[in-house]
Structures are given as C-alpha cells and as structure tokens.
Design a protein around this ligand. Structure first.
Ligand SMILES: [Zn+2]
Length: 97
C-alpha cells in the first residue's frame, strides 16, 4: 500500500481549487483579488485572504498594481491560528549618467 499526502486547496475569493502532493502552499493569480498573486488555503480551514492597498505616495517607485490600477502592498491570509503575508516590496530606479 502506498500512502500519499494529497492536499486539497481552495480560494476564498474565487472558484479556484487545486490538489497537490507534499506542497506546503499553493499560489494562483486570483481573479477575485483583481489578478494579484494570492495563496490558496487548505480546504476546510476557515481563512480570509485580502489585499492591502498602499495608501502612501508611490512617487517614482516600481510597485505592484492590481488589475484595477490600485497599488498593492501585500496579500494577507488570516486564519484562526495565525496570519501570513505576501509582501510586494517596491523597488527604486537607478540611472547611470
Ligand atoms: Zn482566487
């Protein structure tokens, strides 16, 4: 007999589902979060996945925008037993003269 550790993933913001073997996480481009890269959660785990919109001035930094043109700082997953965060760190420009 061969045992597998199949995991069933769902997204609380869109109909996406996935089945993996031995994976610790699963990400997808989520239409429910305006096209952002977002984590899926294990089926049966109560969780909320939300985007955190950047509220300060963007200036000349390269930041991640969602499909609706909003600058997004991170995607946060909140579960009863903890919280995870995917950060979209801004980058700066350097120009050689
Ligand atoms: Zn989704």
């Amino acid at each position: 007999m061969i045992l597998t550790s199949e995991q069933h993933w769902v997204c609380p913001n869109c109909p996406a589902t996935a089945v993996t073997v031995g994976a610790d996480n699963r990400f997808h481009t989520c239409p429910g979060l305006a096209g952002l890269l977002a984590p899926m959660v294990l089926e049966g785990v109560r969780a909320r996945v939300r985007a955190v919109v950047r509220e300060d001035y963007v200036g000349g930094e390269d930041v991640r925008y969602d499909d609706e043109g909003r600058p997004v700082m991170s995607v946060v997953t909140e579960r009863d037993d903890g919280r995870d965060c995917v950060a979209f760190a801004p980058t700066a420009h350097v120009r050689k003269v």
